[in-house]
Design a protein around this ligand. Sequence first.
Ligand SMILES: NC(=O)c1ccc[n+]([C@@H]2O[C@H](COP(=O)([O-])OP(=O)(O)OC[C@H]3O[C@@H](n4cnc5c(N)ncnc54)[C@H](OP(=O)(O)O)[C@@H]3O)[C@@H](O)[C@H]2O)c1
Length: 298
Amino acid sequence: MSLKSKVSSLKSPMSETTAQVTQRTVRTTLDARPRTSDFPFVLVNMAMTADGKIATANRQVASFGSERDHEHLLELRATADAVMSGARTVDTMKVNLGPGGAKFRRRRRQRGLAEYNVRVLVSGNGSINPEAEVFKHRFSPIIILTTQQTAAAKLNQLRALADEVRVCGKTKINFRSALRWLHAQWGVDRLLCEGGGELNAALFQAGLVDELHLTVCPKVFGGRTAPTIADGSGALPLAAAARFKLKSTRRVADEMYLVYEKMSRVRSPGAHRKGEFIAITNPAPGAKWTDRSLTKFK
Ligand SMILES: NC(=O)c1ccc[n+]([C@@H]2O[C@H](COP(=O)([O-])OP(=O)(O)OC[C@H]3O[C@@H](n4cnc5c(N)ncnc54)[C@H](OP(=O)(O)O)[C@@H]3O)[C@@H](O)[C@H]2O)c1
């Protein structure tokens, strides 16, 4: 990165308004990819502390971003056909996953989207709390993705709560087929995932996240059990890590707004750029890429 571009990405907070930052983010994410695939374009948006936590260890505090960050979340929702969250997020946070006020609904209509986004909840064994806030708001369809782990009685309970319940997987949700189904059956072209860490991890692991939007907030929670943006069992070899490229950085007051875009796991040797971790050694035909085939290009 040149000195000039480094400086411009750390402009003084007064030099750019929140609305400008948000509009720019929205423009770049909307330009990200022409819709040709049978999968939705998947964005993950999370606020995290400077030490990478998304809630305190006791999970009592999970809203710690500024009002600007909240506005940013609604702006991103206003680009998406559907918003998705995991069961523990829906249980612990008072969220309705809706589009917000008239201004955002107008933007949705201007973009040719439905006024209210579809809401997708993920609950592998159907443990989602039926009293959760999200079920108290009936402005748009609620879809629950679950697995065969959910007992018949629970499934019936979920069917009474949601507009559709889709069983996709034995014990874990098969997000590839779930997302293809959301695209085909519900017309979801852009899917915004808002956590938590377990759900995000499954999407990262399946290689389904196209863009990662992070707001880094000036706080440190600590706590080894505090959730992070991607929990689950994690990638073990380096080659299994989800790989991203930094697309934009903006500072507004004390928060940093970062956007990462997906890098394909393996790029052909020669296509690399200085400073990127890329595959430089072709494995034998049919063999898997390993950590040892990855190195830093200097
Ligand atoms: N700072 C932020 O931006 C932010 C945003 C969102 C959430 N949060 C915080 O994050 C915490 C919640 O995160 P979390 O990681 O504990 O929970 P989560 O990801 O919200 O939900 C986990 C649950 O979702 C279901 N699930 C997720 N992946 C699945 C898969 N591959 N297959 C089947 N089921 C799957 C399971 O439900 P079942 O148990 O029903 O099987 C699982 O227990 C809360 O404290 C919340 O406040 C913070």
